[in-house]
Design a protein around this ligand. Sequence first.
Ligand code: PGA
Length: 253
Amino acid sequence: MSTLWIGTSWKMNKTLAEARAWAQGLRDHLGDAAPAGVQPFVIPSFTATTAVAGVLGTDSPVLLGVQNAHWEDAGAWTGEVSVPQAKDAGAQIVEIGHSERREHFGETVETTRRKVAAALRHGLTPLLCIGESLEVKDASGSAEFILEQASGALTGLTAQELARVVIAYEPIWAIGEKGRPATVSELVEPFAALGDVYGGAVTGLLYGGSVNLDNAADLLDIEHVTGLFVGRTAWQLKGYLELLRIAEAHAAR
Ligand code: PGA
C-alpha cells in the first residue's frame, strides 16, 4: 500500500500570524512523527514559507511547498520566484499547473514542463496539477485531456525522475466555491486512465476538488488514488487534522 499524501494549498490566504498558528497547531498535534502510512504536506503563500518552515522545524514530518516557481534559476523576471529561492526558504515541493494558474496566469503545458524540470533539477518534488473543464468533460470525457496535460509536462523524464513526481488530478468543475464535489463514479475512469500510465511510476496520484470530511474516505477508496490535495476543508487546522485521521485509518486497513 502506498503512503497516502494528504496536503493543502492555502492559495492566496492567511496572514503570517494565521500561518504560524496553523503550523504550530499541527506541530503540537503531530510531534515529530507523521501519522502511520501518511505523508502530510502544506503549501502556504510565498510570504509565509519561511515562517511555516521555522515553526515546523527542520526535522518535521510535514513537507512544505510553494504554489508556483519559475523555470529559470535567477534573472530579470519581476514578480517571480525561482526554485532555488523556494528551496532556500525551506520548500521541498513545487506545485505546478494548478487550474487557477492555467486560467488566470497563462500557465501552459510547455511552462508546466519547464517548471517540472526545474523542480527536479534542484531536488524538489514537482506536484503537477491537471484537470479538465466541464465543457471538455461533457464533450469528450476527462481521460484523454488529462493524459495529454500530464504527458506534455512529463515528457522526456527518466524513470528515476518520474518516480519523484506527484500528480494531482483536480477537475476544474469540482474546485472551489463554484465547484461541486465529484462523485466517486465520475472519478473511476480518469483514475483508471492515470493509473494505467502512471500507477507505480510516480510517487503519488492525488485527487483534489471539494474534498471534505464526508467524502474523503470514499475518495481514498478509488483505485489508484494515493492521496488528497485539499483547499477549503483544510484551511482550518481542525479540518486538516480530521483528514489526516481519516487517511491514517484508511492506511491501517
Ligand atoms: P477546494 O480546492 O478543496 O477548496 O475545492 C481544491 C484545490 O484547488 O486544490
